[in-house]
Design a protein around this ligand. Structure first.
Ligand SMILES: [Zn+2]
Length: 487
């Protein structure tokens, strides 16, 4: 007997790299909007017409398209797959001239099963149809003066004068650089949900939404990605083959997880002081995928945002997956842990190229995930302005050390007290630590009466050389304190 459905998925490859390849916020925003619009379900339904339908079994995510059609009874499906791919890839190419896409397909009775057993293995093995930007017509074409990636195809006017640019940068130049307040773009959705005005047009203006004490010229780039979603979906696909109750639960869980990401983003953005003070968005979302988020915001808002997002996301994911995990335990005697998310945070001057911050944030995210084997929510960070782009990494921290439900932990409160010390005192502590280690830093702190504030970050003396009571070494704590919210 035939499988019931043919599933055809499309995805943008290295999308963060693509979105951030031009220097201006305007260019990123136009491309990010174009991606969200081009992959919106309503748009794709028009593009494929009667050949396929939008696959409602998959959760909604920008940059990802999932389609399906009934398996033909009288022929192999490959020809129809190819027709669907031709239509969709042509549409995507015209909307995003410089992006890379791939498409993969498989047949089966449910998307979850097909995704775990057909599509994912094929993507891993590279058995996908690639669609790359056209190469230069002749090899000596000058490179685009905007992105330096693709060859230039024509000269256009930019605010600073005419430039030879590639078709992708040309498309980005046409955009208004201001995200429309509609529900098709990540920024538009967030604005509508929060009922606030648009985010600033440039990175300089975005950094200026920070507090006066922040200097108003530093930005944070936050990259978030889910932990252990693969394990969860594999267990669900496995279990639902034999259990009708799991089969009925699984159709709702993808949608609930995609909603968890958006809701956590909305809540974390709404809670920020500048959002409320200026009644405008102070977080620019570049990518909001399934469990994958990339944003820019003023540096002094980054920790509040990141911890709130991770905590709210965790709560929603736990409640969305709880019935599935309970049923798996009931049927199989065992179930995986609920998935979580981790974050990489990079602080840099507003003029620092976004693609460098994005690459660094992705690296910090990998460090955070690796440190805990993806088994719990965690964070890692780098301050490019203070420590340089190649500073040795600190030990990543588990979210549970910094946030407990909606409340700060003792460690987070100790960091707030450290953040309240004058910056000049913190600089002297850092100098003492560099030159003589924790004991010299302790003497410096004692001399100015700050020892109680610093003690949670010093190695314990009795018994000797135990880790600090806060779980954070002084060097890392001083780094965190630069952008840590005061109490
Ligand atoms: Zn270009």
């Amino acid at each position: 007997m035939n499988d019931r459905f043919v599933y055809v998925d499309f995805g943008a490859v290295r999308i963060q790299h693509y979105l951030t390849r031009t220097p201006s916020l305007r260019g990123h925003r136009t491309a990010s909007d174009a991606l969200a619009r081009a992959t919106a379900r309503s748009t794709i339904a028009r593009v494929v017409g009667d050949l396929a339908e939008v696959n409602e079994e998959a959760g909604e995510a920008d940059g990802v398209i999932s389609l399906r059609f009934p398996h033909p009874t009288d022929r192999a499906p490959a020809k129809q797959v190819h027709e669907v791919q031709d239509l969709v890839l042509r549409h995507l190419r015209s909307a995003l001239p410089g992006a890379e896409f791939h498409s993969v397909w498989g047949t089966g009775d449910s998307y979850l099963f097909v995704y775990a057993h057909r599509l994912q293995p094929r993507i891993r093995r590279g058995e996908v149809r690639h669609d790359l930007p056209p190469t230069a017509e002749f090899p000596l074409a000058a490179p685009c003066r905007m992105c330096h990636v693709d060859p230039a195809a024509g000269v256009e006017r930019f605010p600073d004068g005419p430039l030879a640019v590639c078709p992708d940068c040309s498309q980005r130049n046409v955009g208004r650089g201001e995200s429309a307040a509609d529900d098709l773009t990540p920024e538009g959705r967030l604005r509508t949900a929060l009922g606030v005005g648009a985010a600033p047009k440039t990175f300089t203006e975005l950094a200026a939404l920070g507090s006066a004490a922040s200097g108003r010229n530093q930005l944070a780039t936050v990259a978030v990605d889910g932990n252990a979603f693969g394990v969860f979906f594999a267990a669900l696909a496995e279990g639902s083959g034999q259990d009708p109750e799991l089969t009925s639960l699984k159709s709702s869980v993808s949608a609930a997880l995609a909603r968890a990401t958006r809701t956590a983003l909305e809540e974390a953005a709404l809670e920020l002081a500048p959002t409320q003070e200026h009644e405008r968005l102070c977080v620019v979302p570049h990518v909001v995928g399934g469990d994958d988020v990339l944003v820019s915001l003023p540096a002094d808002q980054a920790w509040h945002f990141t911890l709130t997002f991770l905590q709210r996301f965790g709560v929603r994911v736990r409640s969305a997956t709880e019935p599935v995990l309970a049923r798996l335990t009931q049927v199989h005697g065992t179930a995986p842990e609920p998935p979580t998310a981790s974050a990489g945070v990079v602080f840099a001057h507003a003029s620092h190229p976004l693609h460098l911050s994005v690459e660094s944030a992705a690296q910090r995210l990998r460090e955070a995930k690796q440190a805990f084997g993806g088994r719990q929510s965690s964070v890692q960070w780098l301050d490019v302005t203070a420590d340089g782009p190649d500073a040795p990494p600190h030990a990543p921290l588990p979210l549970s050390l910094l946030r407990e439900g909606d409340r700060s932990t003792a460690t987070a409160r100790a960091l707030s007290r450290l953040a309240e010390l004058p910056a000049s005192h913190r600089a002297r502590l850092a100098e003492g630590l560099r030159e003589g280690g924790p004991m010299i830093a302790a003497m410096v702190a004692d001399r100015v009466g700050h020892l109680p504030t610093v003690r949670p970050f010093l190695p314990s003396l009795d018994p000797p050389d135990r880790p600090p009571s806060s779980g954070v070494e002084l060097g890392a704590a001083l780094g965190l304190a630069r952008w840590w919210p005061c109490g």
